[in-house]
Write a protein of this length. Structure first.
Length: 432
C-alpha cells in the first residue's frame, strides 16, 4: 500500500478541508470521480438557479469534513463527562464515520433526485443497494486503512449497531443536512444566517454509557439549543419550499424522468448494471437520451432550451378532501403518479407522457432528540419544547403538467373528476 501525502482543499463553506490519507488513495477511482460530474441540484442549475453549479463531490467532501468535526466535538464532550465507552467508540470510529460521510452519495443518480424512481423501477435496486455494491466491489482499499466496508455501509443505511454513530451521517441532525443547507443556499444566492459552529457544539449523546446500542445523537437541554434547532428547521423548510420544490425545476425533472422511462429499452441496463451505472453522469444521460428519436430527444431539446411543460392543474390533498382514498397519503407517491399518468394519457388518447401527473408530499422534520435531565437515559422529543417545530406538518399536492402543444378536450371540472376516478382505480390496485 502506498500512503499518499495529505492535502487540503479550499472550500466556500468551511474555508479549508483537510483530506485524510485514505481519501487520497481512492480519489482518482471512477466511482468517486463520477461525483465531480453530477451537479448537487441537478436541473435546478439549468432552469431556476444558474449559480447552483456545485457538485455532489463538493457536497460529500463537506459532509466528510463536518462529520469529522462533529466526532471531535462529541468525543471531547463525552470525555469531559467521564463517559468512557462512548468517547472511545467515537475516537476509534472517526475514520469510518468520515468515510461513510464521504461515500453516502456514491450511488447517487444524475440530476439530483430526478431519477430516484427510475433507478429503482428500471434497475431493480434502490440507492442503498447500489451504494453497497459500489463500495464492496470498488473500494476495498479502505480496509487497508482500518475502515471496515461493512461498517461504512451500515452507517450510510442507518443500520449501525450504535445509533449515535449512524446519526452523525444519517439522522435528523446529521452532517449531510447541515452541509447541503449551507452549501445549496450559498450557491443559489440565498443569504441564510445560521451559526453552524455554535449549533454543533450543542450536540450530545443521549443514553447510558454502558448501553451503546441504545444511545442516540441529540441536543443538550437548553433554550439556546431549542431556538437554534428552530432556526435550522425553518431554514430547512424554506429551502424545500423555495428551492427543492421550485415549480419550473420540478416540471423539468418530471419531464426528464418520463423521457428516461420512455427510453428504457435502450437504457435500462445502465441502471441495473453497476459497472455501466458508474459511468453515468449528468451530461452523458442527456447525450444518450438526445440520441433516441421521438419523446426522449424532444424532451432533452426542451430542457436545454427551457421550453417546459405548463402546469394544468394543482390541488392540495388532505384527510378532509380525499374521501375514500386514505392510501393516497401513505403509499409511494412516485408509483401512484406513474400509474395515474399512464392511465390518464390513455383515457384522453394522447401521447404517453405528454401529460404528467405529479403527486408529491412536502416534508416534515424527523424526530429530533433532546436530553431530558429528569430521565437522562430516555431522550425527549424536541417537539414537546418547540411549538415552531411541532407545527410543521407534511402536505400532499397533486399537480398536472402538459405539453404546450397538447389539447385536453375536457373542462377543468371534467378533468378533476377524471383524475379522481383514475386515482381511485390506481389505489385499489396497490396492496395494503
Amino acid at each position: 500500500m502506498t500512503r499518499k501525502i495529505n492535502y487540503r482543499f479550499p472550500d466556500p463553506i468551511y474555508g479549508i478541508i483537510e483530506v485524510p490519507d485514505w481519501l487520497s488513495e481512492i480519489d482518482n477511482l471512477e466511482p468517486v470521480r463520477r461525483m465531480m460530474f453530477i451537479r448537487q441540484l441537478g436541473l435546478k442549475a439549468y432552469i431556476d438557479f444558474p449559480g447552483a453549479i456545485h457538485t455532489r463531490y463538493a457536497h460529500v467532501l463537506g459532509v466528510m469534513h463536518l462529520a469529522g468535526k462533529m466526532v471531535d466535538i462529541l468525543h471531547r464532550e463525552q470525555t469531559q463527562q467521564g463517559r468512557v465507552h462512548i468517547s472511545e467508540n467515537l475516537k476509534n470510529n472517526k475514520n469510518t464515520i468520515m468515510a461513510a460521510a464521504f461515500l453516502h452519495d456514491i450511488a447517487h443518480g444524475p440530476f439530483s433526485h430526478a431519477l430516484d424512481y427510475v433507478i429503482t423501477s428500471l434497475g431493480g435496486k434502490g440507492h442503498e443497494q447500489m451504494a453497497s455494491d459500489i463500495i464492496t466491489n470498488d473500494l476495498g482499499i479502505l480496509e487497508d486503512y482500518g475502515i471496515p466496508l461493512r461498517s461504512v455501509i451500515k452507517i450510510i443505511n442507518d443500520e449501525h449497531n450504535y445509533p449515535f454513530i449512524s446519526g452523525i451521517v444519517n439522522g435528523p441532525l446529521d452532517a449531510d443536512k447541515l452541509d447541503y443547507l449551507l452549501r445549496d443556499s450559498h450557491n443559489i444566492g440565498y443569504r441564510y444566517s445560521f451559526d453552524l459552529e455554535h449549533f454543533i457544539n450543542l450536540y450530545t449523546i443521549i443514553g447510558d454509557d454502558r448501553k451503546l446500542e441504545e444511545c442516540l445523537l441529540g441536543l443538550i437541554n437548553s433554550d439556546e439549543a431549542v431556538v437554534t434547532a428552530e432556526i435550522f428547521t425553518l431554514i430547512w423548510k424554506s429551502m424545500y419550499e423555495l428551492v427543492y420544490y421550485k415549480e419550473n425545476s420540478r416540471i423539468a425533472e418530471k419531464m426528464l424522468e418520463k423521457a428516461t422511462i420512455r427510453a428504457s429499452r435502450d437504457t435500462s441496463t445502465i441502471f441495473s448494471d453497476t459497472k455501466k451505472y458508474i459511468g453515468l453522469d449528468d451530461e452523458r444521460l442527456l447525450n444518450e437520451l438526445g440520441k433516441i428519436d421521438g419523446y426522449p430527444s424532444r424532451i432533452v431539446k426542451g430542457i436545454r432550451k427551457r421550453d417546459l411543460f405548463e402546469k394544468q392543474y394543482e390541488f392540495k390533498l388532505d384527510e378532509q378532501n380525499i374521501g375514500s382514498m386514505p392510501k393516497l397519503l401513505s403509499k409511494d407517491p412516485n408509483e401512484i403518479s406513474e400509474k395515474t399518468t399512464i392511465q390518464l394519457c390513455s383515457d384522453l388518447k394522447i401521447e404517453e407522457y405528454s401529460l404528467i401527473c405529479d403527486l408529491f408530499k412536502s416534508r416534515s422534520p424527523k424526530k429530533m432528540h433532546i436530553f431530558d435531565p429528569n430521565d437522562p437515559e430516555e431522550p425527549m422529543d424536541i417537539r414537546s419544547r418547540s411549538e415552531i417545530i411541532n407545527s410543521i406538518k407534511p402536505r400532499t399536492f397533486l399537480k398536472i403538467y402538459k405539453d404546450k402543444e397538447v389539447h385536453i378536450p375536457l373542462t377543468q371540472e371534467e378533468l378533476n373528476a377524471r383524475v379522481y376516478t383514475i386515482l381511485e382505480g390506481v389505489l385499489e390496485g396497490i396492496p395494503g
